[in-house]
Design a protein around this ligand. Structure first.
Ligand SMILES: *[C@@H]1O[C@H](CO)[C@@H](O)[C@H](O)[C@H]1NC(C)=O
Ligand SMILES: *[C@@H]1O[C@H](CO)[C@@H](O)[C@H](O)[C@H]1NC(C)=O
Ligand SMILES: *[C@@H]1O[C@H](CO)[C@@H](O)[C@H](O)[C@H]1NC(C)=O
Ligand SMILES: *[C@@H]1O[C@H](CO)[C@@H](O)[C@H](O)[C@H]1NC(C)=O
Ligand SMILES: *[C@@H]1O[C@H](CO)[C@@H](O)[C@H](O)[C@H]1NC(C)=O
Length: 413
């Protein structure tokens, strides 16, 4: 097959400064309530799955016992719907005492005792998206101080119920307020998603200076259509988005839905492969208490995580198309690469694809490169740049390769 270049794009190597709180030099990994648990506050009839202390503690236990934490999944985040409908008499946000009977500080202690980090949610605006008290310009400081006093480690700051000019004031103000607490708190900004996600409405230079990560686009849903829509949007706009990511400052295509109901096994691999290529945060929203062994094995794939966590922090790109196939490449440290060949077709035929490293612009190592199939966990051999190799890519599936200079001593697997 013939690889059609989608455009020779020489990335301007911009030196971007990032939010100087020392956090997330590689993309954050963890778990978050929103996609799977939404605004389920019904602890009477659904005590195991409602937004509350039990859910967070039981997932935290699993993150430790089932090996998630030791692979890097360390953030555990409460999304919307954790507060009462009113602030307390001191103007502070307060957790619903029926659902969080010991408060957030005790929950942070529980999570910290297990080597994890706690995330929380607030909204720049009159209300949260779920209708709970928002954080208006005059309550930003007190909310930042409240979160720091509870020893929270991450804040997702949503943007419902505010206009553009309030957001333009509020997001930088919260960044400064978090900094002023003296506690390093990962700051995740939903701001760009509310402004269309692209320049000139979105100033990514500014975002990189005030936020550690940001949602560029709409919410993910539990379906392949949703995953594909996000992948297509990131591909279409990659020339604007790719250069702005780097250590401490990440584009966020939203949560991993692997382990839920909407994705097949092939589609689950595809989400993980593209998220790893995009240097995206790996924040799951699923049920680690009941997750299938297949989904767990994919999410815990060490080579996929190694690629995602590459310290160069350079987001990958779509470099070519061939029929229903898309070829994505991410450059890693020490002349290593990750390649994902995605088959967007659904006509049932696994697509054969023949290429070479030279065609993928991977040519520098004169001794050639070792190739690994990431999801098959297989060493494929050593290839000179010009040597052709072939693969078969299943419908709505992916083949992900890890490419390492032959001169590097160890085998990865
Ligand atoms: C090929 O790789 C070189 C260096 O590795 C890079 O400068 C160049 O932009 C790449 N070309 C394309 C078409 O991606
Ligand atoms: C927020 O509340 C203020 C004061 O009540 C109101 O003027 C403003 O329109 C509201 N903003 C939005 C986006 O709902
Ligand atoms: C945004 O909301 C603020 C406060 O409610 C208001 O003063 C301002 O005029 C609004 N700006 C726009 C552009 O609507
Ligand atoms: C606050 O910002 C300063 C200057 O950018 C930085 O050196 C410091 O580490 C930051 N502190 C926290 C807690 O984020
Ligand atoms: C974007 O933000 C940067 C950093 O704050 C600033 O220097 C620059 O002028 C802004 N760009 C635009 C087009 O507003």
């Amino acid at each position: 097959m013939h690889l059609v270049s989608v455009g020779i794009v020489l990335a301007l190597s911009t030196i971007c400064s990032s939010l100087d709180n020392g956090l997330v030099r590689t993309p954050p990994m963890g778990w978050m309530t929103w996609e799977r648990y939404r605004c389920n506050i019904d602890c009477k009839t659904d005590p195991e799955n409602c937004i509350g202390e039990y859910l967070i503690k039981s997932i935290a236990d699993k993150m430790v016992d089932s090996g998630w934490r030791d692979l890097g999944y360390v953030y555990i985040s409460i999304d919307d719907c954790w507060t009462l409908k009113k602030r307390d008499s001191n103007g502070r946000l307060q957790p619903d005492p029926d659902r969080f009977p010991n408060g957030i500080k005790a929950l942070a202690d529980y999570v910290h005792a297990r080597g994890l980090k706690l995330g929380i949610y607030a909204d720049m605006g009159n209300y949260t998206c779920g209708g709970y008290p928002g954080t208006t310009l005059d309550t930003i400081t007190i909310d930042a101080e409240t979160f720091a006093s509870w020893e929270v480690d991450m804040l997702k700051f949503d943007g419902c119920y505010s206009n553009s000019s309030e957001k333009a004031l509020g997001y930088p103000k919260m960044s400064a307020a978090l900094n002023a607490t003296g506690r390093p708190i990962l700051y995740s900004c939903s701001w760009p998603a509310y402004e269309g996600g692209l320049p000139p409405q979105v100033n990514y230079t500014l975002l990189g200076e005030i936020c550690n990560m940001w949602r560029n686009y709409g919410d993910i849903q539990d379906s392949w259509e949703s995953v594909l829509d996000i992948i297509e949007w990131f591909a279409k706009n990659q020339d604007a988005l790719q250069p702005v990511a780097g250590p401490g400052r990440w584009n966020d295509p939203d949560m991993l839905i692997v382990g839920n109901f909407g994705l097949s096994y092939e589609q689950s691999k595809s989400q993980l492969a593209i998220w790893a290529i995009l240097a995206a945060p790996l924040i799951m929203s699923n049920d680690l208490r009941t997750i299938s062994q297949d989904a767990k094995d994919l999410l815990q794939n060490r080579l996929m995580i190694y690629i995602n966590q590459d310290p160069l922090g350079k987001q990958g790109k779509l470099i070519g198309k061939a029929g229903s196939l898309e070829v994505w490449v991410r450059e890693l440290v020490e002349e290593q690469y990750a390649v994902a060949v995605l088959n967007k077709g659904t006509d049932g035929l696994p697509r054969r694809f023949t290429t070479s490293l030279a065609q993928l612009n991977i040519t520098k190592s004169t001794f050639g490169y070792k190739l690994y199939d990431v999801f098959e966990k297989e060493f494929l051999g050593t290839f000179k740049p010009e040597a052709a190799f072939q693969m078969s890519v299943n419908p709505s599936g992916v083949v992900m390769l890890f490419v390492r200079p032959a001169a590097m001593r160890n085998h990865f697997l």
